[in-house]
Design a protein around this ligand. Structure first.
Ligand code: NAD
Length: 366
């Protein structure tokens, strides 16, 4: 090994927090520990220039603390960019709880977590993410007002998925316009990968417009139900590369656009709800552009979820949230136009646009 060049792992050991790649000037990182309930959580506040940091809590059985720390930093930074590009006056943050949500989540643990959130006096507002349910947010609400995604009975905005799906649909239309010269999806072949909370609502919109939809999922019952409802085609998860499609809508997992899939996917537009679709942003973003595939950056496209949470924080109506999600069309349109004019990948343009908004707001100091 070269004695003068430290590896990423060695740098992490020397500077385990500030030296993390995703640290990216985080404002505050809070480590929460409670012996009695077994709570071990990390709250990341990335940037509060646009407002208090808003972002969900993920409970996951991380294999080690580095993984948990890296995840919270990466996700919290992502929230700053998502809210900024969407034009929301709210900052970016996220929390992770280390543990198995199925076996280790207790009301006491959630209440203690809520107390830690409350101790930040509103600098961080939490919400649901992987491993969390509305009922958990209701428990957090018992000890702090700094939480969204609570049940409608308790004044919350309810399930964000319909708003997310509507935003994805609108953004997909803008991407189609860029690639095909028209935003009409009638007759367009769309493959929806993952028909969970968001994917199923997205299929509703697509079918209503007359798109030729194919669905795939690992959940066979869900596939049968949705296929029976809409008469859409079904394909096995590993057979999607044989499907001739105009639009690929990843709505299940991240990193599905990678070295392996890029040469096999038969599509000219990628627009879906999943987070972190590009396995390696810079490499795969560049390849997509070279191949002439239009990519609608995921964090701009799936912002309906954060729009829904923001509406709850601000006491705005569902109508407002839907209208804001409709604006995702314009956001994607602007990103793709600038990408084409400047010859740089769309994900990079989206990052730049988000940074520009934060800088403008920061320099105005309002
Ligand atoms: P979900 O868990 O309800 O649905 C995911 C679906 O994907 C499930 O039906 C699951 O069976 C399926 N799936 C899992 N592995 C698969 C595979 N290998 N091939 C095909 N299907 C597979 O999740 P969701 O709430 O619908 O969210 C979907 C994606 O959108 C996630 O990546 C999520 O992070 C992102 N997202 C969701 C929201 C929201 O409002 N729910 C907001 C922003 C982003």
């Amino acid at each position: 090994m070269n004695a003068t060049i430290a590896t990423a792992t060695e740098i992490q050991k020397m500077d385990p927090v500030f030296g993390q790649i995703s640290f990216d000037d985080h404002e505050q990182i809070v480590f929460c520990n409670d012996k009695d309930t077994g709570l071990k959580a990390i709250i990341g506040i990335h940037n509060s220039v646009m407002g208090p940091a808003l972002g969900g809590t993920r409970m996951f059985n991380y294999s080690n603390e580095w993984e948990a720390l890296n995840d919270v930093l990466r996700l919290s930074r992502g929230m700053t960019f998502k809210s900024a590009i969407t034009g929301l006056n709210i900052g970016g943050g996220k929390a992770v709880i280390i543990g198995d949500a199925k076996t280790q989540k207790t009301p006491e643990l959630m209440r203690k977590f809520g107390e830690f959130v409350h101790s930040l006096s509103g600098r961080y507002i939490t919400a649901e993410d992987v491993g969390m349910e509305t009922a958990d947010m209701d428990i957090v609400r018992d000890v702090t007002p700094y939480v969204t995604g609570i049940s409608e009975e308790r004044g919350g905005a309810g399930n964000p998925s319909p708003v997310t799906a509507f935003g994805v649909y609108m953004g997909m239309k803008a991407a189609a316009k860029q690639q095909f010269g028209s935003d009409v999806l009638t007759g367009k072949k769309v493959l929806v990968q993952g028909i969970g909370h968001v994917g199923a609502y997205l299929v509703d919109h697509l079918v209503a417009e007359g798109a030729l939809v194919t669905i795939t999922d690992i959940n066979e019952t869900a596939l049968q139900n949705l296929s029976a409802k809409h008469g859409v085609a079904v394909v096995a998860p590993d057979k999607i590369y044989d499907v001739d499609m105009d639009i690929y809508a990843p709505c299940a997992l991240g990193a599905t656009v990678n070295d392996d899939t890029l040469s096999r996917l038969n599509c000219s537009v990628i627009a879906g709800a999943a987070n972190n679709q590009l396995k390696d942003e810079s490499t795969h973003g560049q390849i997509l552009m070279q191949k002439g595939i239009i990519y609608a950056p995921d964090f701009a496209l799936n912002a309906g979820g954060v729009i829904n949470c923001f509406s709850e924080v601000e006491g705005l109506s569902l109508e407002w949230a839907k209208q804001k999600a409709e604006e995702i069309y314009t956001t994607i349109d602007r990103i793709l136009l600038r990408s084409q004019q400047e010859g740089i990948p769309s994900y990079q343009v989206a990052n730049q646009m988000a940074e520009e908004r934060i800088q403008t707001k920061g320099s105005l100091n309002i």
